[in-house]
Each structure stands twice: as structure tokens, then as C-alpha cells.
Design a protein around this ligand. Structure first.
Ligand code: HEM
Length: 625
């Protein structure tokens, strides 16, 4: 038996790192990073990332041995050396369980700061009061830098990355504010998050929670998080393809009792229907291209390679398109491109190849590195992706051919079993739906903008929940520090009072103070993030952004298939070109060519598209601000 695996040396700050961090701490005392000239802003972000890598990656297991050893679990099939395993095994070869399904979430703050609070602390102030006073949407506030596809995209990605399990037996009773008639019997109960078994004393104070998905960026929302599931989704399709159903001219995800058959199908709505369908079609199209180029490949080889390509394409789209769309700041445009192409940029990357390491040539093809802590997603990462205000109240639907306004549907009427209703009921096709998503706005991630639909949600499995209450409760129960403490642990200054937190908005500060009984330290992370002033061009808070600075590159850098094994041997020549030469617009146009006119003038596929024909005259709030 080999000793416990430790796949990478502890991340130590060198003298240059320390110098850089110190210099920028000095500069930031006077000027925040986002107000610096672009070049300095990018360097500032790099200084943040160095410090975060050194101080903000914390394992929640008692030892590295929990990640497995090079012999245990035993790799029975050498196939996993060159392709993804659906359970997430064997990505790190000497720690084969790292990042696999049912491994625990880690932490971005030391565990001594993540203790589970007492029942009283957990319910103070009542999460329902916070939801009613501070989260409930008063009027729809649109995010005008984005389109609705951007909202669907991030949920689509989150479903690849993270899902906690709820207890089947235990529930919290949520205190209701006076006069709050939640249900007839005036009772609100929410399932406890299922904690992992206790492995050591620390777990008694701060439980570990397992991920129901693989932690890797491996398309598990499409392919499933187990080999068994993947086999089911492929069925008996030849040439490495995923199963689809054809109805007339449209291709749909197959369904069982009305439920879509795909890797992750909970919290379903039309946005997910669109993106799951699109990337299943993309997988099948990649299979065709590979089969043409490599006619002797088996169905297995075609599937494995197409999945690698499809996952890398999604990771690239997220890195160089979605993120710069929601963080529309010049330093971010450079920094996110640098994650993929390096600071030398795409042209030089293509000319010289990825030979100069992570900083100059980008993360793909650089050496995989876990920076001293086993790779996994974290509780704090899940917290900052609670972006439920992105969901609007209703969607305006248009013809992709003429731009004519057809009909509006409330979100409720395109959610769960209704996800395809506008197609079956109103004769709209996928092209119309994509076009409509391209010109509808999502909600802005801000206070009092969580839709009623999610705050009074009835799910197909019989739950009746207020997602605003749940968003607050979950962070508290999982020991995620409240806003000010979170900022300290992410090396930021805490807000000194309510007025400072809101950037001088007196009415909001008073409302916050009333809910939190004058104690700024009690403000929940999600609430603080939704009311702090944003850097110019940002779609969410600078505080949440600190988690992104660290984890966006970590998801790429820790993954052997994106880092060390990024080469033609793994992906094939066709595969490398497929990923490197294409983006979201190419994917959309390949499958839905009628979107051409709307996408023609659009800069970023996740920003509002060009309105065509008579949709320009529509004045509804869904697409006009
Ligand atoms: C119609 C749209 C949506 C529905 C119906 C929905 C529903 C839900 C539900 C029921 C939960 C689980 C609550 C629990 O802990 O018991 C949840 C969690 C979550 N949702 Fe949403 N959601 C939607 C959109 C979104 C969007 C756009 C995002 C943006 C990224 C998002 C991010 C999350 C995250 C991060 C969690 C926590 C997952 C975890 O605890 O592991 N959701 N959502």
C-alpha cells in the first residue's frame, strides 16, 4: 500500500508574490483594483489570486488518504488514463477519488470559522423575515448588460458542479414574522442539509457535506455523475451519440413520465431545456465530425472523445464569454482571456503554441496543480452562485424569422413539466425560443429582486418552499461566515456601518438596520453582496468576485484533462480545433442557423442580441429598459 497521496506541494508564496501582494495592498488603500488602469488592474487581480491560493483553500477531510491512493480504488480499465470517468474517478491519478461524486465540499475559509451555529443563531433574524423584507422583488429590476440566456447558462453550469443532498427525515421550523400566513397551519419547515458521517472531532463542530455531482468541469449535467447513468443516456445509439427524440423538424431530449432524461434534471425550466438540448445536439455533431475524420474509431472512442471536446468547449465559453459578459470590466476581459489563452493573447497562443506556462500561454496544457489542497468545490463557492434574482417574472416570446411578438409566459408557465409549453401550445420552435432568450433581460442580482415564483415555489416532488428563506438559511446552517466576517477572511475590509455597506443609500441602510437590529456583523453574506456598490460593469458584487478569482482558474488548473493532458493525443486534431476555433455563437448557429440576423451584430452571445423586425417596436419591460 502506498502512503497517502498528496498530489501537489503546499502552495507557498515566493518573495515576488509577497512583494506584489504588499504593493497592491498599499495601492488599494488609496484606489480599489477596479479603478486602476487596465494593466495595473490585471496585475492587482493576479496579486489577489496568489494570496487566495495560499490562504483560502481548505480541505474538509482529516487527511489526504481520503482522496484514495494510486492503487485504491484500482483502475480496472486503462481507458481512464485518457478519458473522463463519469463518477469523476482517476482525474488525479495518485489521488483517484479527488473531485469524484459524493466527495465533500471543501472550504475557502479555515474550518475554525465555519462552525454550525446554535439553533438560535441560525434563526436570528428569521430567514423568512430577511426574505420578505430584503429579497422579495418589489419591481422587476433588469440586468441590462445581459440576456436571459446568461441566467440559464449559469444555472446549467452550477448543475454540472454542485448539489447538496437534503435530509429525508429532519426539518427546521422557520420562525414566521407576525401576520405571515405561509400556509394554512402557519408553519414553514425546511429540510436539513444531509451531513456526511463524522470522521473526526472537527466534523462535530463543522459538518462535512457531500456533493451529489462530480466536482470536475466534466459536463455531468448532461452526461450524469455515474457510469451507469451515462450508459442509460447513451442507450443503444450508434457512433458514440447520446439518445434524442425527434418530433417533426425538432429534436428533443428523451423523456420518462414527462421528466427529461439528462444528467441533472431538477429545478427544470425552459432555460435548462434550451441549453441541455443544445449541448446534447453539439455532442452528437462532434461525434459525426470525429467519425468522418477517424472512420475506424469505435463507438466508445467516439463518445469519450466527443465528451472531452464538448466539456472543454463549455469551459472555454464560460471562461472567455459568459464571465466577461457578467463582469464587463476591461481588466476582466484581459484576465479571463488570459486564463484560457495566456496574457500573450489568442493570436500568439495560436502562433507559438501553449509552451510558456500558465501566465503567458494560459492554463490549458500547463501542468495540473492543486495548490496544496485536494481539488473540490467549496461551500463558499456554492453560496456566491445563489443568483436567484436572475430569474425574471415572465418572458416575452418573438418569432426568430420576423421579430413579431407572439405571446408572454410567466416563469411558472415555463417551469418543470411546463418547460416546453410555448412550443406545444403556442407553436413556437427552438429558434424562436433562443431568439427570445437572446433579447429578454434577466433580473439584476440586487436587493428586493428575487421573484415571487421562487419565493412561493411548488416543486414536482411536493415541496413548497420560499427559496429566499432557503438561500439565507443554507449559508447559515453550512457555517458560511456572515458578510463582514467573510470579507475579513477574504482579505477585504468589513463594512463599518449600514450606510457604508449600501454606498450611502440611507433608506436601504435603515431597512437593513431594522432587520438586523442595528448589528452590522449579523448581515448575511447574500444580503451584503446584494447591496454593496458594484464595480463599474459588474453584474454581481466585488465580495462574491473574490471567490471567483480563486475558483474560476482552479476548476481549470486542477483538471488533468484541461491542464497536463491538453493535447492532440487526448482530444485529437479535430477536437482541439473544435474547441479553440469556436464559441457560443458558432454552437448556436450550427444547430439553429435562423438565428443569424440576431447574432450578426451581437458582440457577446450572453449580452442582448440585435433585435430584428417588429420586435424593435415591443416596449414591454422584459426586453426594454
Ligand atoms: C427556475 C429557476 C430555478 C429554480 C426552480 C431553482 C430552484 C432551486 C431549488 C429548489 C434549490 C434547492 C434549495 C434547497 O437547498 O433545498 C436551489 C438551489 C440552488 N440554486 Fe436554484 N433555482 C433556479 C434558478 C437558479 C439560477 C439561475 C441559479 C444561478 C446560478 C441557481 C443557483 C442555485 C444554487 C447555487 C443553489 C444551491 C445548490 C446547493 O445547495 O448545492 N438557481 N435552486
Amino acid at each position: 500500500m502506498s502512503p497517502p497521496a498528496k498530489t501537489s506541494a503546499p502552495y507557498k508564496l515566493g518573495i515576488i508574490d509577497r512583494g506584489l501582494i504588499l504593493v497592491f495592498k498599499g495601492i488599494n488603500y488609496l484606489i480599489p483594483w477596479h479603478k486602476l488602469p487596465t494593466f495595473l488592474g490585471v496585475l492587482n487581480l493576479s496579486a489577489f489570486r496568489r494570496e487566495l491560493r495560499a490562504k483560502n483553500l481548505h480541505d474538509t477531510y482529516p487527511s489526504w488518504a481520503e482522496q484514495g491512493t494510486s492503487e485504491n480504488p484500482h483502475m480496472q480499465n486503462n481507458e481512464w488514463l485518457t478519458t473522463r470517468n463519469s463518477d469523476g474517478l482517476f482525474n488525479a491519478l495518485d489521488a483517484p477519488k479527488m473531485g469524484c461524486v459524493h466527495m465533500r465540499f471543501g472550504r475557502n475559509v479555515p474550518r475554525q470559522f465555519t462552525n454550525k451555529p446554535s439553533p438560535e443563531e441560525m434563526m436570528t433574524p428569521s430567514p423568512r423575515l430577511v426574505s420578505k423584507e430584503l429579497l422579495a422583488r418589489d419591481t422587476f429590476k433588469p440586468a441590462t448588460i445581459l440576456n436571459l440566456l446568461a441566467a440559464a447558462w449559469i444555472q446549467f453550469q452550477v448543475h454540472d458542479w454542485a448539489q447538496h443532498e437534503n435530509s429525508k427525515t429532519e426539518k427546521y421550523k422557520i420562525p414566521l414574522p407576525p401576520g405571515d400566513k405561509w400556509e394554512k397551519n402557519n408553519d414553514m419547515r425546511v429540510e436539513v442539509t444531509q451531513a456526511d458521517e463524522q470522521l473526526d472531532k472537527t466534523d462535530a463542530m463543522t459538518p462535512g457535506y457531500k456533493n451529489e455531482n462530480t466536482h470536475w468541469w466534466d459536463g455531468s449535467q448532461i452526461y450524469g455523475s455515474s457510469e451507469k447513468e451515462t450508459a442509460k443516456l447513451r442507450g443503444s445509439e450508434p457512433k458514440g451519440k447520446l439518445t434524442v427524440d425527434k418530433e417533426g423538424f425538432e429534436t428533443f431530449l428523451p423523456r420518462e413520465n414527462g421528466v427529461p432524461l439528462t444528467g441533472f434534471n431538477t429545478n427544470w425550466w425552459m432555460g435548462l431545456e434550451l441549453l441541455h438540448t443544445l449541448f446534447v445536439l453539439e455532442h452528437n455533431c462532434i461525434c459525426d465530425a470525429l467519425a468522418t475524420a477517424y472512420p475506424d474509431w469505435s463507438s466508445e472512442k467516439l463518445f469519450d472523445t466527443a465528451r472531452l471536446i464538448n466539456c472543454a468547449l463549455m469551459a472555454k465559453i464560460h471562461t472567455v464569454e459568459w464571465t466577461p459578459a457578467i463582469l464587463k470590466h476591461p481588466a476582466l476581459q484581459v484576465a479571463m482571456n488570459a486564463n484560457w489563452w495566456g496574457v500573450l493573447g489568442e493570436k500568439l497562443h495560436n502562433l507559438l503554441g501553449p509552451r510558456f506556462g500558465e501566465s503567458l500561454s494560459g492554463i490549458p496544457a500547463s501542468k495540473a496543480d492543486q495548490h496544496g489542497a485536494p481539488y473540490c468545490l467549496t461551500e463558499e463557492f456554492v453560496s456566491v452562485y445563489r443568483l436567484h434574482p436572475l430569474i425574471p417574472d415572465d418572458i416575452a416570446f418573438f418569432s426568430a424569422k420576423t421579430g413579431a411578438h407572439k405571446i408572454n409566459y410567466s416563469i411558472q408557465n415555463v417551469a418543470f413539466e411546463n418547460a416546453r409549453k410555448p412550443m406545444t401550445e403556442s407553436n413556437l420552435n427552438f429558434e424562436d425560443l433562443f431568439y427570445s432568450f437572446g433579447i429578454n433581460y434577466p433580473g439584476a442580482v440586487t436587493l428586493n429582486n428575487t421573484p415571487d415564483f421562487l419565493r412561493d415555489l411548488h416543486t414536482p416532488d411536493g415541496r413548497h418552499v420560499d427559496l429566499g428563506t432557503i438561500d439565507i438559511l443554507r449559508d447559515r446552517e453550512r457555517g458560511v461566515p456572515r458578510y463582514n466576517q467573510f470579507r475579513r477572511l477574504f482579505h477585504m475590509d468589513p463594512a463599518k456601518d449600514f450606510l457604508a455597506l449600501t454606498g450611502g443609500k440611507k433608506d436601504v441602510a435603515e431597512k437593513l438596520s431594522a432587520v438586523y437590529e442595528g448589528d452590522i456583523e449579523k448581515v448575511d453574506l447574500l444580503v451584503g453582496c446584494q447591496c454593496e456598490p458594484l464595480p463599474k460593469g459588474f453584474g454581481f458584487s466585488d465580495t462574491a468576485f473574490r471567490v471567483f478569482i480563486l475558483m474560476a482558474s482552479r476548476r481549470l488548473k486542477s483538471d488533468r484533462f484541461i491542464a497536463t493532458d491538453w493535447n492532440e493525443g487526448t482530444y485529437s486534431r479535430v477536437g482541439m480545433e473544435w474547441v479553440q476555433k469556436q464559441g457560443m455563437k458558432d454552437v448556436l448557429l450550427r444547430h439553429f442557423p435562423g438565428l443569424g440576423p440576431a447574432l450578426k451584430g451581437a458582440g457577446n452571445a450572453f449580452a442582448p442580441w440585435t433585435k430584428i423586425g417588429s420586435s424593435k417596436e415591443y416596449t414591454g419591460k422584459q426586453t426594454t429598459a
